[in-house]
Design a protein around this ligand. Structure first.
Ligand SMILES: *Cc1c(COP(=O)(O)O)cnc(C)c1O
Length: 374
């Protein structure tokens, strides 16, 4: 029996092996390893999937965030509003570009940016808001776009965990995650919902000028080879990864449904449990369940985690420390107590195995083991 894993990429690969291998072989046969035709084709298909005018591929999700921030005329010291409860990459690029991360707390039920606190974070130096569609569902994009438009702020959606999620606005129009703000970014890290066999990332935009700028910055700031109009970076999706992604993109919606089924089984199993709070759904967004994240109440989360590990059930804490309390970010002057929800979530959350190949007997065993702990 194969061990239960957080994510089962081997079994997923087995099912698409022939298609993927043929795609990779073609790249090798043609030896166009950098900027081969598959990269362009994938970018086109990705844009079409995401209902965005442009998708610009790059080396990874962190680069995608950085290139996005570079595409605007932000000045050192300008402020960017970002949730305290996120993966560090979102904040790292803000700091690297000498912008100032201004943290905002999240809501205790959906883990998304608390839009009720948003206006209070805006100062004359604010230039952008970076909503993170954490764990696979969208932040409240109605309020975020409304406030951004009112104050003339840019919006960069971090869609690294939510590719394929759909957001329904209050006026009933629908958009894909990452196609709502000025720019949306995603990551093709292997365990992401659309993962490749190495690193990869992409940026989405509907704006012609931004589309060109993103492409240019990702490619050493050049439009024409050896003529550099701006300072850029070297960040490319390689052709082998594009070939893999071309195959996997066709399965992305199936993968999302498979994850949803696993999530619904967990929901049913934990309903009404005194110590286990299943993840709440954002009203206006579908959930693609990059993570299925419980809150453990009135019990020791870390003891549960150890108990599960001892019984062959992996689990993960995303994230154990909020970004404002990470050693690297103490220089911004935040302290314990500043973002109480983010801080308390770090003590309570526990993400369970969820992936496209979950066997029902494995899931039954996971559920049974969790319940046995209490
Ligand atoms: C994975 C992730 C990133 C970074 O993506 P990489 O491809 O690993 O650089 C950024 N933001 C969030 C929320 C992520 O989950």
């Amino acid at each position: 029996m194969r061990k239960i894993q957080m994510v089962d990429l081997q079994t997923q690969y087995e099912k698409i092996k022939e298609e993927v291998n043929a795609g990779i072989q073609e790249v090798i046969d043609n030896a166009a390893f950098i900027n081969g035709p598959q990269v362009k084709t994938f970018a086109k298909e990705l844009a079409s999937y995401n209902k965005s005018k442009y998708a610009i591929t790059c080396g990874n999700g962190t680069d995608a965030l950085q290139i996005s921030m570079m595409a605007f005329d932000f000045q050192p010291g300008d402020e960017v509003i970002v949730p305290a409860f996120t993966y560090v990459a979102t904040v790292e690029v803000i700091a690297l570009l000498k912008l100032k991360p201004v943290f905002i707390d999240v809501t205790a039920d959906t883990f998304q940016m608390d839009v009720n606190q948003l206006r209070g974070k805006i100062t004359p130096k604010t230039v952008a808001i970076v909503p993170v569609h954490l764990f696979g569902q969208c932040s409240n994009m109605d309020r975020i776009m409304e406030i951004a438009n009112e104050y003339g702020l840019k919006v960069i959606e971090d869609t690294a965990q939510a590719i394929g999620a759909r957001y329904t606005f209050e006026n009933q129009s629908v958009a894909m995650a990452g196609a709502i703000g000025d720019i949306g970014i995603t990551s093709f890290f292997p365990s992401k919902n659309l993962g490749c066999f190495g690193d990869g990332g992409a940026m989405f935009t509907n704006d012609d000028v931004l589309g060109q700028r993103l492409q240019m910055i990702a490619n050493h700031g050049q439009k024409q080879k050896y003529y550099h109009d701006s300072i850029g970076v070297n960040s490319r999706l390689d052709t082998v990864q594009a070939a893999v992604l071309l195959v996997k993109l066709n399965y992305l919606d199936d993968y999302s449904s498979a994850r949803s089924k696993v999530a619904e089984n967990y929901d049913r199993a934990f309903e009404g449990h005194a110590n286990i709070i299943a993840p709440s759904r954002v009203k206006n967004s579908t959930h693609v369940f990059h993570q299925y994240t419980l809150k453990i109440e009135d019990a020791d989360r870390d003891e549960l985690k150890t108990y599960l590990a001892d019984n062959g059930v992996p689990s993960m804490v995303y994230y154990p420390v909020p970004v404002h309390l990470q050693n690297a970010y103490t220089g911004y002057g935040y302290k314990e107590g500043d973002f109480p929800i983010a801080e308390s979530l770090c003590k309570k959350v526990l993400s369970l195995p969820i992936h496209t190949e979950m066997k029902s007997e494995d899931q039954d065993y996971i559920i049974e083991t969790i319940k046995r702990f209490f």
